[in-house]
Write a protein that binds this ligand. Structure first.
Ligand SMILES: Nc1ncnc2c1ncn2[C@@H]1O[C@H](COP(=O)(O)OP(=O)(O)OP(=O)(O)O)[C@@H](O)[C@H]1O
Ligand SMILES: [Mg+2]
Length: 409
């Protein structure tokens, strides 16, 4: 097996599947060269709850990807999600030292904006500059070298529960992998699915996965809002399993085959056969009933996503509309229901902007994985201006532990 140092690997630890995507950087972008997926058994609502089961799934997915890409995987960009994620905007101001903005001024203003109190049990995952303001000129994306006396920065800070972030690193390490960086899943999915002009005009990305629904809003080319809801397609399947008294796996199957997001989108009505539990005989149920079970849950997920926008006053700032991705967005009629709820155009987002084996990743469930390698590629090219990351998770955690010891000495 060849060891190819320059390959970029994304590890999407999802609630229903673990997905490993291997990409090779090219002149203009990246080529997908391998993919491995394995069902995920150790997560709940996007958070690791069983380390051994997760490590096992990661190993299987990595093996598959290694075989396909003919390489040995040693380090990955890992995704993080879950309802423990909190994100907020912050603001900092400094005086420009020599009347011309230097890298140290930019660092100082970001440090000033970052100076908010973060509880001990939370870790900063991302610090993303949204825009800079020099004197009264706003909307500046690249302040370096500009003249002025006062420099302001608006930034988006994402924090996660330290334990959840550590568990992701722990699982990857136990599976023999180094974690280069932890990336918020909605940011990764947005990287894979959104076009530049959509981000400039204003757009909302919703990734409906198995256990979480990730929301990211972009306007004026930069991130304005991110949130993670602890609801997804697995809840829909669970409702079906309970409502139709059928095993969970059968509920998954009928959902994918016959499910529609709302009963009113059904043309006619057919009868479907649904296996029962406990060895009882299969039952015939109407497809309309199935859709009546699905609708309230999808409605709840999309309504909560809309409310998270409304809370930030962003409902009117997405003229490009909504982009739906994630496995559950493949459900028939989801886009129509989303159009009704958001009262704006909705399109399906599938990973684009990549070459190579692009056909194998052209599914909404691969948006996060592809986004992770795109994120990795932008890091590799030292294009880190807009993605200033905090110190490594473990570095900071170690420092905190040292601080505790000093306190007790
Ligand atoms: N054709 C389909 N129709 C309806 N639902 C589908 C279809 N294909 C996949 N799904 C659903 O998508 C969900 C899985 O999506 P995805 O792979 O994006 O989740 P995940 O990344 O594992 O989880 P998460 O991101 O929430 O941690 C499952 O609930 C599955 O039932
Ligand atoms: Mg996912």
């Amino acid at each position: 097996m060849a060891k190819k140092e320059d390959l970029i690997v994304g590890l999407d630890i999802g609630t229903t599947k673990i997905c490993v995507i291997v990409a090779a950087p090219t002149n203009g972008g990246i080529d997908i060269v391998g993919i491995g997926t394995h069902p995920s058994r150790g997560l709940r609502k996007g958070v690791v709850v069983d380390i051994d089961a997760t490590v096992d799934s990661i190993k299987h997915a990595v093996e598959e990807a290694e075989l396909m890409a003919d390489c040995e995987i040693s380090s990955v960009y890992a995704g993080i999600a879950g309802s423990h994620i909190r994100a907020f905007n912050s603001h900092g101001v400094v005086a420009v030292k020599d009347r011309e903005v230097s890298p140290s001024d930019v660092k100082r203003v970001i440090d000033a904006a970052k100076a908010v109190s973060i509880p001990m049990d939370r870790e900063v995952i991302h610090v993303i500059p949204q825009e800079f303001i020099i004197d009264d000129q706003d909307g500046i994306r690249e302040p370096l070298g500009m003249s002025g006396v006062r420099l302001e920065a608006k930034i988006h800070i994402v924090t996660a529960a330290v334990t959840s972030a550590q568990n992701i690193v722990k699982c990857a390490n136990k599976a023999g992998l180094n974690v280069m960086d932890i990336v918020l899943e909605p940011l990764a999915s947005a990287e894979a699915c959104l076009a530049e002009d959509e981000r400039d005009l204003g757009v909302c990305l919703i990734d409906i996965g198995g256990g979480t629904t990730d929301v990211a809003v972009y306007a004026e080319g930069s991130i304005k809002h991110t949130s993670v809801l602890g609801l997804g397609g697995a809840h829909v399947s669970n409702d079906i399993a309970v409502g139709l008294r059928t095993p969970f796996d059968e509920a998954e199957r009928v959902k994918k085959k016959f499910g529609v997001a709302a009963a009113r989108f059904l043309g006619g009505d057919d009868v479907i056969s649904v296996p029962s539990v406990g060895g009882r005989r299969p039952r015939e149920v109407s497809r309309k009933l199935l859709c009546e079970i699905i609708e309230p849950r999808i409605d709840e997920i999309l309504t909560l996503a809309r409310q998270s926008l409304a809370k930030e006053g962003l409902e009117d700032r997405i003229p490009s509309g909504v982009v739906l991705t994630g496995g559950c967005s493949a459900l028939d009629g989801v886009a129509d229901l989303a159009e009704e709820i958001f009262e704006t155009p909705v399109r399906h987002g599938i990973p684009s902007r990549v070459g190579g084996l692009q056909d194998v990743v052209r599914g909404p469930m691969y948006a996060t994985g592809v986004g992770l390698v795109l994120f990795g590629a932008s890091q590799d090219r030292e294009n880190t201006r807009f993605r200033i990351r905090d110190d490594s998770i473990f570095g900071r955690v170690k420092q905190r532990m040292r601080d505790w010891f000093f306190q007790f000495e």
